[in-house]
Design a protein around this ligand. Structure first.
Ligand SMILES: [Zn+2]
Length: 194
């Protein structure tokens, strides 16, 4: 995602609990990469979480979560191959076209309750990721926030170049070890969506 996402008449809302840091129970305070303070400095940033739902339960476990400032997110994007970026954009556009929506219209009042690309009910997904955009104390509501089902994440990872997959794996292994009970998930494809 790039800075243009902040160009569309955004609405500001309080940061929902879904985007609080699980570790602290409070809003994220700093960028995972450069450690820059995000809230008091009124910085633009993203938060991403990968979540697993326990079978037959409403309980969830966060696989990884982070806040990243917009300049580090841009840097991460620039490290991806042109091929992967164009494949992923095409993948997303095709999915949205199939759902006959564009990313800025017809957004549900509860954008985290369905997968933006498949329309699947997130409460039925064993794994999913959520992404939001923020400025200081506020959540920016435009084409963010959104949720993506685990099955879409897997199909998305199939269009990535080997180099981009390595970038994502490096990012995840650099910052997270992951809960030991979820060891088997760490071999799964990862897609960083910010
Ligand atoms: Zn940063």
């Amino acid at each position: 995602m790039n800075e243009d996402h902040f160009g569309q008449k955004p609405t500001l809302k309080a940061i929902s609990n879904a985007f609080h840091c699980d570790d602290t129970g409070s809003p994220f305070q700093s960028c995972i990469e450069c450690k820059k303070e995000l809230v008091e400095s009124n910085e633009h940033y993203f938060i991403e979480k990968a979540i697993r739902r326990y079978p037959n339960s409403t309980e969830t476990l966060t696989i990884f979560e982070f806040a990243i400032c917009i300049s580090c997110a841009n840097q991460l994007n620039q490290s991806l191959s042109a091929e992967s970026l164009s494949n992923i954009t095409k993948f997303q556009m095709d999915k949205l076209r199939m759902r006959k929506i564009d990313s800025t219209s017809n957004r549900s009042e509860h954008p985290l309750s369905t997968c933006i690309f498949s329309g699947m009910d997130i409460s039925q997904c064993e794994e999913y990721q959520i992404v939001g955009a923020f400025k200081g104390h506020d959540m920016i509501v435009s084409d963010f926030p959104f949720a993506i089902s685990g099955s879409i994440i897997e199909s998305m990872s199939e269009v990535l170049s080997p180099g981009t997959k390595d970038e994502f794996d490096d990012f995840v292994s650099k910052h997270f070890t992951g809960p030991p009970e979820l060891q088997e998930l760490w071999g799964k494809p990862k897609v960083i969506l910010v």
